[in-house]
Design a protein around this ligand. Structure first.
Ligand SMILES: Nc1ncnc2c1ncn2[C@@H]1O[C@H](COP(=O)(O)OP(=O)(O)OP(=O)(O)O)[C@@H](O)[C@H]1O
Length: 298
């Protein structure tokens, strides 16, 4: 179980993370989504005790990370696959961690095998690893102590298609055996395939969270007008955020609210209908409309 309560982190005047609260339950995979700079990594770093929150708190299995007696036995963490000692071999890196955690050395071979690093790869220095191999080694590290919780930041980054498919099965199986997974990724199809719950963050704030299927069912409204500039202005006036899509504008509101906003502004509509079937990509674009731009101009 991971519990995040009112977490806030400020760097100067800008809140990188702003009053974020959510829970990740045993037996589930929670997909943590958001545009670049939304605050995902900062939130995960705060959960793992690597960044001190300005306010709020986070616990793993009921304790702040720093108070876990042997954290690697409780929670496996992979935040940055490139942040591993480049001069050690994969096997050496895992052996040292196993020693630190008080584990049987046989766990090293088992985990190397589990993540698909063969004997030749295990003997190579990490500096010679591809990004995908570093991810696999990072996952082996995270899984080494057989933890009940996994916190993974972009673990599929650099994996080949077979590796991504393999990782999906591994995470599903981990959760099905009662584990808790918090997974950030920009690979929306992967998240859609494996996650049970979603937490979507934009500009440091939670913009949506809940059961994946329920969130996907409420995918917003597609609207089109011949005068699309006027339609955009009408939506802005009504405080409704809109994102471009191939079908028109996607608005995170029901059709009635969108139609009313257009009518109030005297904009004639060419199309107004509930968005459906667009999947997670459409939901993501709708929920985080404008947030990437905000980050770019900060
Ligand atoms: N150490 C730091 N000092 C100053 N600002 C920081 C620091 N770490 C993060 N930030 C800022 O906090 C905000 C959130 O960054 P964060 O890395 O958490 O986003 P993210 O959602 O993980 O993005 P990405 O998808 O690009 O990895 C950004 O505006 C970033 O510039």
């Amino acid at each position: 179980m991971i519990t995040v309560e009112n977490l806030t982190k400020r760097y100067g005047p800008h809140p990188a993370v702003d009053d974020v609260s959510f829970q990740c339950e045993p037996g589930t995979v929670t997909g943590f989504l958001g545009p670049n700079g939304a605050g995902k990594s900062t939130t995960m770093r705060m959960i793992c005790g690597l960044t001190t929150p300005t306010a709020g708190r986070a616990t793993v299995s009921g304790h702040p990370y720093q108070e876990l007696p042997n954290p690697g036995r409780e929670v496996g963490v992979l935040l940055d696959a490139s942040a591993q000692h480049a001069g050690r071999t994969g096997r050496e890196a895992l052996t040292l961690s196993a020693y630190t955690m008080g584990l049987d050395r046989r766990e090293v071979a088992a985990k190397l095998d589990l993540v698909g690093l063969n004997a030749v790869a295990a003997k190579r220095r990490v500096r010679a690893y591809s990004l995908g191999m570093r991810q696999r080694l990072g996952l082996a590290h995270a899984l080494l102590g057989d933890p009940r919780v996994l916190i993974l930041d972009e673990p599929a980054n650099g994996l080949d298609p077979e590796g991504i498919f393999w990782m999906r099965g591994l995470l599903r199986d981990f959760a099905d055996r009662g584990g808790t997974v918090l997974l950030s990724s920009h690979l929306l199809r992967e998240v859609e395939a494996v996650a049970d719950r979603l937490v979507v963050i934009g500009g440091g704030r939670i913009v949506a969270q809940g059961d994946k299927n329920e969130l996907l069912a409420g995918g917003g409204t597609v609207v089109r007008a011949r005068d699309s500039a006027a339609l955009r202005r009408a939506l802005e006036v009504a405080n409704l955020s809109a994102a471009d899509s191939s079908e028109g504008l996607l608005v995170q509101a029901d059709a009635e609210a969108v139609g009313q906003a257009a009518a109030d502004a005297g904009v004639a509509l060419a199309e107004l209908r509930p968005a459906s079937g667009g999947g997670l990509e459409q939901l993501f674009l709708t929920l985080t409309a404008g947030e990437s731009t905000k980050e770019a101009v900060r």
